[in-house]
Design a protein around this ligand. Sequence first.
Ligand code: PMV
Length: 312
Amino acid sequence: TDFGQGAASGKIILMGEHSVVYGKPAIALPFNQAQITSKIYKTDKEITIDCIYHQGELNTAPDNLYGIKQLINIVLIYLKQPFFGIHIKIESNLPSQRGLGSSAAVSIAVVRSLFDAFQVNLTQETLNHFVEIAEQIHHVNPSGLDATTIAFGKAVFYQKDIGKSVIPLRMDAILVVADTGVKGLTKEAVSDVKKLWKSNPNIINPIMDRLEELTNNVKVFLENNEVVRLGLAMTEAHQLLRSIDVSDDKLEELVDVALKSGALGAKLTGGGKGGCMIALATNMEQAILIADSLKQSGAAHTWFYDLKEIIT
Ligand code: PMV
C-alpha cells in the first residue's frame, strides 16, 4: 500500500495565452475533468518511477522526465530524506502536450504526494515555489500561468510579476473542450512569436494590446454572465492568435466547425500549433451537438465544462 498520495487537475486558458508572456493579463480555469495522481510506496532500493514514459529506476529515466527528476531531488532534500527507498506511481487521464497543463499538474501531484508521505504540511507558497522550479526546467521561461492556476484550483486572473486574483465567476454556459489529437508545440510557438515580435514590433504590439483589452473585458463578462459577449471575445482572440501564427490546420477546422454548429465563440487554448480548442455553448443540449460535430471532424476527445460549477 502507498504511504503518500497527491493529485492535481489540469487547466484551461480562457484568454491571454501568448500575450501573458508579454506581461499582459490572462484568465485560466481549473480543468477538473481530468486528473493526475501520484502515489508513494516504500522500497529498499534506488528510487523507481512508474509513469507512461518510464518504468524503472528514476536515474535512467528519459530526457523528458528530467524536470520531474530534478523536482523529486529538490523536494527530498527539502524534506531531509535520502534519494533512496521510494517508488512513485503516476497515473493520468489528462493528455500531455495538449495545452491542458499536464506538466504543471504532474509536478504538483508529485510534490503533494511526497509531502503527504513524509507528513509535512505543504503551504500554497511552498507548493508554488517547487512547481515554478519544475516548470522553469521544463519550459525554460514560462509565464507561471499554468502553475498558478493548477496549484490554486480556481478561476484566476493572472499577470506575470504582478500576481493573481480569483474571479468571482457567475456564468451560465458550457465550454466544450476538444483535443485535436495533435501534440501542441508550446515551446516552438512561444519562440516563434518572440521572433515575430523582435522583427515586427509595430505589428505584434498592437495585437498584444488588443488581447489585453479582450482579457480585461472577459473578466467583466464572466462576473456578469454576459455569455454572448464572452463568445465574441473568444472568437476575436482566436483570430488574433491565428494572425501571430500559433494556430494550425486542425485547430482552424475545429474552430470553424464549432462556430458553424452554433457555438457562441471558439478559440484555441494553450500554446497552440496543435493541442486543444474550446467552444462556448449556451446549454448542454447545444454543447452535445457541438461536441458531436467536433468528433466527426476528427477531434480525438471532447469534454464538457459547466461554467456554473467552478468554485470561486
Ligand atoms: O500550452 P500550455 O498550456 O503550456 O500554455 C502555454 C501558454 C503560453 O502563454 C503560450 C506560454 C506561457 O508560458 O504562458
